[in-house]
Design a protein around this ligand. Structure first.
Ligand SMILES: [Zn+2]
Length: 248
């Protein structure tokens, strides 16, 4: 017999499947990330198509059949209109959703990761600083998923993070004296390392913009490549976004 449950969640990604259907990645606080089929989304002016756009927060019925799982009767809770009408905000929000989709295992509840995404989307909607919000969300997710680096001292010489230049890799934090700078790693000041350290623990997005937050985003992506992500797709995405901003 089919099992049914009403769940709240955010559409992280959506793919075409067959003639009329689509498959969505639906992130819920209770059950984590679910892959669900949505029927009839590709018909012209399909209401289902509009409701199941990535970023939308929905309440929907999930039906588990023997061979497939369906998302039906979606009810829109939030669509983030200000984000959708601003190219930079929209690109950043979609990139956050795609990143989380890649980092999370299916059907493994991570409610804190879900609430971090919601908070990031809400701050983007309210006009908060894009790079600061993205940086905070990425570092916070890394902490929630158990990948937080030790940012208390240099892993080689034990020097506390009081000044000078620092780099982050899979092994943690290393001072400039212990390791010459490498082109694929982002050099950080002691203050920037302390900002990241704060973000790892901070459950609310920062209210004020952080100067040079792009560098902290870059550091998060570089670090994530060494601990979670084999492919640096998001970095390419971010570079494209920056190029677009500079040319526009
Ligand atoms: Zn050192």
């Amino acid at each position: 017999m089919a099992r049914e449950q009403v769940l709240e969640g955010v559409i992280l990604r959506r793919w075409t499947s067959g003639e009329a259907d689509r498959v969505v990645s639906f992130l819920t606080p209770e059950r984590g990330k679910l892959r669900l089929r949505v029927r009839g989304t590709q018909k012209p002016n399909s209401r289902m198509g509009l409701l199941t756009e990535p970023l939308n927060r929905l309440s929907a019925r999930v039906i588990e059949g023997r061979h497939q799982r369906l998302l039906v009767q979606p009810h829109l809770l939030r669509t983030y209109l200000q984000v959708r009408t601003d190219l930079e905000r929209l690109s950043a929000a979609l990139a956050l959703c795609e990143t989380l989709d890649r980092w999370l295992a299916e059907e493994h509840a991570e409610p804190e990761a879900y609430f971090t995404l919601i908070q990031a989307l809400e701050r983007l909607e309210q006009g908060g600083d894009v790079a600061t919000i993205v940086g905070w969300a990425l570092w916070r997710w890394l902490a929630i998923l158990g990948y937080a680096p030790d940012l208390s001292r240099c892993r080689e010489c034990g020097h506390p993070i009081t000044g000078g230049d620092w780099q982050l890799d899979a092994g943690g934090c290393v001072c400039a004296r212990c390791m010459p700078s490498r082109p694929n790693l982002t050099a950080l000041s002691a203050e920037q390392v302390r900002t990241i350290h704060g973000w790892l623990l901070q459950a609310q997005p920062p209210q004020e913009p952080v100067v040079g937050a792009e560098r902290l985003v870059r550091a998060a992506l570089g670090y994530a490549e060494s601990v979670v992500d084999a492919e640096p797709r998001w970095l390419t995405f971010w570079e494209r976004l920056n190029a677009l901003r500079e040319s526009g």
